[in-house]
Design a protein around this ligand. Structure first.
Ligand SMILES: [Cu+2]
Length: 147
C-alpha cells in the first residue's frame, strides 16, 4: 500500500513539474503599456510614437526593430539638447534593463514613424510590430492622442 502511495506521489510531482515547465516556455517577460502616437497635421513627413516597455526577466532585453504597414520605415530616436539646440539622435537599438522598464516619452526616446501611408486622425489606431533579440516579436496597438 505505501508503495502505491509513493508511486502516486511521484506521478503527481511529475505532472506538476511538467505543467510548470510548460508554463515557463509560454511566459513572455515583455509587457507593453501606454502606446500612443502624437497627433500631428496629416502633411507631416514623420510622426512620433511612445510607449513603456517592461522587462520582467533577469537579463537585459534589446529592441532591435519596429515595423508597420502604415509607415515607410520606423527609426529609434532620442531627443536631446546639444549646444542649445534641440536635436534627435538615431539609435541602432534600444535596451530594456532586467527587472526594469524603458519609457519612450516626449523629449526623450521615441519611435520615429517615417512617411505615413495614410492620415491618422485623433483616436485612430495603428499596429506596430516590435522585434526583440532572443524573444518573439510583439504586435502593439498605438492610439493617436493629443499631447
Ligand atoms: Cu525623431
Amino acid at each position: 500500500m505505501p508503495k502505491t502511495i509513493f508511486l502516486l506521489f511521484s506521478l503527481f510531482c511529475f505532472i506538476l513539474q511538467t505543467s510548470f515547465s510548460f508554463a515557463d516556455t509560454k511566459f513572455n517577460p515583455i509587457t507593453i503599456e501606454n502606446a500612443w502616437i502624437r497627433l500631428a497635421p496629416p502633411v507631416v513627413p514623420a510622426l512620433a510614437a511612445y510607449l513603456t516597455i517592461h522587462n520582467h526577466s533577469t537579463t537585459d532585453i534589446v529592441l532591435t526593430k519596429a515595423e508597420s504597414t502604415d509607415f515607410n520605415s520606423i527609426e529609434f530616436h532620442r531627443s536631446l539638447i546639444k549646444d542649445g539646440m534641440a536635436i534627435m539622435e538615431a539609435q541602432n537599438d534600444l535596451m530594456i534593463p532586467a527587472h526594469g522598464k524603458l519609457a519612450l516619452a516626449p523629449s526623450a526616446y521615441h519611435l520615429m514613424l517615417i512617411k505615413p501611408k495614410r492620415a491618422l486622425a485623433l483616436g485612430q489606431t495603428t499596429m506596430i510590430t516590435l522585434y526583440f533579440q532572443n524573444y518573439p516579436s510583439i504586435e502593439v496597438e498605438f492610439t493617436v492622442k493629443q499631447y
